[in-house]
Design a protein around this ligand. Structure first.
Ligand SMILES: CC(=O)[C@@H](O)[C@H](O)COP(=O)(O)O
Ligand SMILES: NCC(=O)COP(=O)(O)O
Length: 255
């Protein structure tokens, strides 16, 4: 790939809403966080409207759409309720993710293979409305190939397994997960898909994955919101941007 496109940073503001909801008030406001992140260099904002509204609420998504000048990536389960909200909101993009009320965070990727009949109408309705559809999946060849068959333009590779293995010191599992990501990104690109990645990324893992030329967007939230508590959100966005730029400078050497 001679001149791979710029690597975009999507900042996920979910967990500003988690803190806000702790007392049921209006502060801290995820919209203010989004505006600050954009001012500091974010290329887009991601927010996950979960069925249980544990963090981002319907009003947050509507205010984000109205307030931000950069693309809004609306993460959602592929339910009738969420499709209707997304069609009314008209974000730049929707990322379809698996959801289970009892989960602590997004576990695993969307089962595109097992649910392709149910997903196809949602993908079509969102796409026909001009919304760029992304499927949040594991770097699994069968899932990637089905995503391409369903004509979703984008996949987002779930990096949680790789990041968790690193955090827990499971070097062999981390190496195996990394190989899956490298191979999955290549397969997805060869299938004509735009390739994003996210979940659990921090400065070190973002820097490493930035060296994969097939990947053009990283969506990062939890780690950055934690860092922002100590050094500020603007500084955190700048530091993440710098980590991604360092990784991009080593393009093609990470595999
Ligand atoms: C799909 C994804 O990776 C993000 O939305 C992440 O799930 C943040 O939301 P939760 O922490 O609620 O899972
Ligand atoms: N899709 C990944 C995302 O939006 C942010 O995930 P995380 O960084 O909060 O784990």
């Amino acid at each position: 790939m001679s001149h791979p496109p710029k690597l975009r940073l999507g900042v996920n503001v979910d967990h500003i809403a988690t803190l806000r909801n702790a007392r049921g008030g209006r502060i801290p406001d995820p919209v203010r966080a989004a505006l600050l992140a954009i001012e500091a260099g974010a290329d887009g904002i991601t927010a996950h409207l979960r069925e249980d509204r544990r963090h981002i609420r319907d009003d947050d998504m509507a205010r984000l759409k109205a307030a931000i000048s950069k693309p809004l990536n609306f993460e959602m389960a592929a339910t009738e309720e969420m499709v209707r909200i997304a069609l009314a909101t008209r974000p730049h993009a929707c990322c379809l993710v698996p959801e289970r009320r009892e989960e602590l965070t997004t576990e695993g990727g969307l089962d595109v293979v097992g649910q392709h009949n149910a997903l196809a109408p949602a993908i079509a309705r969102l796409g026909e409305a001009g919304i760029r559809v992304s499927l949040f999946i594991a770097a699994d060849p069968a899932q990637i190939e089905m995503a391409a068959r369903l004509r979703a333009p984008v996949i987002e590779i779930h990096t949680g397994g790789w990041c968790d293995a690193i955090t827990e010191g499971h070097a062999d599992k981390a190496a195996a997960e990394w190989e899956r990501i490298v191979a999955g990104a290549r397969l997805a690109r060869s299938a004509g898909l735009e390739v994003h990645a996210g979940h659990g990324l921090d400065y070190a893992t973002a820097e490493r994955i930035a060296a994969l030329p097939e990947i053009v967007e990283l969506n990062i939230g939890y780690f950055m919101m934690g860092e922002a508590l100590f050094v500020g959100l603007a500084e955190t966005v700048r530091a993440m941007r710098a980590a991604m730029d360092r990784g991009r400078a080593r393009l093609g050497t990470a595999a």
